[in-house]
Structure formats: structure tokens, C-alpha cells
Write a protein that binds this ligand. Sequence first.
Ligand code: FES
Ligand code: FES
Length: 170
Amino acid sequence: MNPDARAGTGNQVLRMTVNGEEHRGVVDVRTTLADFLRHDLRLTGTHLGCEHGVCGACTVLVGGTAVRSCLMLAVQADGAQVETVEGLADGDELNPLQEAFHRNHALQCGFCTAGFLMSVTGALREGPVETEQEAREVLSGNICRCTGYAGMIRAVLETSEAGPRAGAAS
Ligand code: FES
Ligand code: FES
């Protein structure tokens, strides 16, 4: 083993599919997935708030599961399918969940929005969200400091009611 890698430093070759596109690179093994997405791939839709797993702003999907990208090392996602907020819309066409957020005024500054969208996307792929209580639980892992949650709850319920396509990328 490379002694640098044993000490938690050094570089490693990385291969990752992000929003359907394959990427290869060499990263410092200490690089978080969030920093790799934002700085190496320039996918800055993924935001960083607390950087210690509390706020959910950095949520992305890895292998279809919502994860805090500030808590995951990029090398832990080696070979994985990663989805970020940039993969939701089709060009200028928002996907149904994004449209529902827009329609229900479920954002103000938008700093938290990417994280909410990815958390909800992951949840809707697991199954419908049919009650306000279920919607609250889906949203409970993320924090918004300015808009409140009522609009988000409506957006989740409307999107779920619209059917399975709502949880897919456009
Ligand atoms: Fe990752 Fe807050 S930035 S949970
Ligand atoms: Fe501003 Fe959520 S819309 S933090």
C-alpha cells in the first residue's frame, strides 16, 4: 500500500458516472464528494452549508440513495452512479418536482433547494408520499432557514400524486 494513502493523504484515480456522464480523475483521497462535484466537475448546484451532516444542503443521490456529500469522500463513490440537481431538468424544462416547488413558492433564496429536491427525489423513487405527515418525514432531514415548509409539503404531495415519473430525472 502507498504509505501516503495509509496516512489518509495522497491521490487516487477515480471513475464516477454523474448525471449519466462518465468522469475520470485523480483526487486527493481526503476530498469530499461535495468538493469533487463542485470544484473538479464544476457542478455547483450542490451547496454546502454546515459541512458536518446537519443541514442537508449538500444532498445528492449515490446509487439512487440520498447521501450527505459533505460527509462522503469522493473515493467512496468510486464506480458509483451519482445524481445531482443539475440532472433533474431537461435543458430549460424543469422536471415535475421542480415545477411543483416553483408553483407552490417552496423556495426563497434557494440555497437549500437542491438538497431538498434530491432528498425528495430519492424518497419518491421508493414509493408514493401520500400524507402530510409522510411529506414532513421526507423533508425532515433538510433545513431551510428562510421559506418555511408549507409550500414544500404541498409540492411533495402534488408531485407524488402526479405519478412515478415525478421522481425521475426529466
Ligand atoms: Fe452537508 Fe450541511 S453541508 S449536511
Ligand atoms: Fe433560503 Fe431555504 S429557501 S434557505
